[in-house]
Design a protein around this ligand. Sequence first.
Ligand code: NAD
Ligand code: MG
Length: 391
Amino acid sequence: MIGICILGSTGSIGVSTLDVVGRHPDRYRVVALTAQTHVERLHQQCLAHRPRFAVMGDPAAAERLRGLLAGTGIEVLEGVAGLEQAAAHPDVHAVMAAIVGAAGLLPALAAVRAGKRLLLANKEALVVSGRLFMEEAARHGAQILPIDSEHNAVFQCMPADYARGLEQVGVRRILLTASGGPFRTTAREDLAQVTPEQACAHPNWSMGRKISVDSATMMNKGLEVIEACWLFATRPEQVQVVVHPQSVIHSLVEYVDGSVLAQLGNPDMRTPIAHALAWPERIASGVAPLDLFAVARLDFEPPDLERFPCLRLAYEAVTAGGGMPAVLNAANEVAVEAFLDRRLPFMVIPSLIEETLGRIDAAGVTGLGDLLDLDRRARELAWAGLGRFSS
Ligand code: NAD
Ligand code: MG
C-alpha cells in the first residue's frame, strides 16, 4: 500500500486526486489531508478517507476541526509546521503538492527533503525557488513528477534518460500548449472591463480562482515556462508557447530529427494525476476516452504578447535569473488577489508586476532564507504600488 499525503486536499487538484485515489483502494492509503480554512470540506474528506492526520494551515480552523473529529482517532495538526510534519511522515510515500501559491513552498520542500515522491501541481514553489528545489530533490533522492498537464505531457514525451541533458538525448525544443484562456479573442479595449467572474470562467478547465485568473492574463503560461526550465533543465528560448484553443494536445517535444511527440487527452486533471500516482505503471483515472471524431480539428496560433504582457514578463524574469522569478510570482499573487477583490482593473495586473520587478534587483538571490525574504519584500512593494494603479 502506498501512503499518500495531499497538501491542499480541499482545492480543485486535491479533490481530483482523492477521486483517483478512491478508485484504487487496493493500491493507495490516504495518510494525511490538509487545507487552509475550509473546515467543513476537510471534515467530510476525513470521514470518507480516514487519514491518520488532518492539517489546517490556520490554527483557529484547526481548533474547529479538532472538535468535529473528536473520537475518530484522526490527529489534527496546524500551521506550516503541521504541513511539513505530514509531508515528511514515514508512513507517507507520495505527496501531492496542491497548495496554491508560494505558501506551498515549505511543505513541498519538506517532502523533497524527506525523499518522498513529489507530485508537483504547485508550480509557484518551483518558480520561487527552482534551482534550490531541484538541487534538494537530487540530494535527497526525491522524484518529482509533474502534475501540471503541460509538464506531465512533456514528461510523457521525453526519453527516459532526459536528465542527461536535452542536447544529449536529441531534444531540440519543448512546445508548451496554452488554451489562450477566456479572453483569447477579446479585443484589447474590451479587456479593460472584464470582471473576476468572467476571468474565472475558463473555457476548457475547471480550476481554482487564482490559476483561473493566471490563465486569463496568460501569467499561468509564463509561470509554466519557468517551471519547464527547471523540471527539464532547459533554457527559456528552448520553450515555445503554442496557443491551442481546444486543449486536447497537452504539450509536445520536438527532436533534432524532425519528430514531434505529443500527448493528447480530454482536459481533465485526473489523467496527469493518475499518471504521476502510478508511474511507471498506468491506472484508470475515470476520464472519458478521447473522441477524435468529436474533436474533429486542432488549431494552433502564436501567443499575442501585446494583449498578454505577463508572458513576456515571465520570460524576462527567468532570463534575468536568481530571485527575479520569485519577485514576479509575489507581485502576481498580490495583483491577482487585488483583482479578485475588485481593487485592481484586469488590464493593469501586468503593469503592477512590471513596476514591482523594476524596483528590485534580485538577480543574485538564491538561498532559501533570502528567497523567502524577497517574497515578503516584493509583496510589500506590490501592495504599496497598488494605489498608483487601482480603480
Ligand atoms: P485551489 O484554490 O482550488 O486549492 C488550493 C488548496 O490549497 C486548498 O486546499 C486550500 O485550502 C489550500 N491552501 C490555500 N492557501 C493555503 C495556505 N496559505 N496554506 C496551506 N494551504 C493553503 O487551487 P487549485 O486550482 O487546486 O491549484 C492548486 C495548485 O495546482 C496551484 O499551484 C495551481 O497553479 C496548480 N495547478 C492547478 C490546476 C487545476 O486544474 N486546478 C492545473 C495545473 C496546476
Ligand atoms: Mg497547466
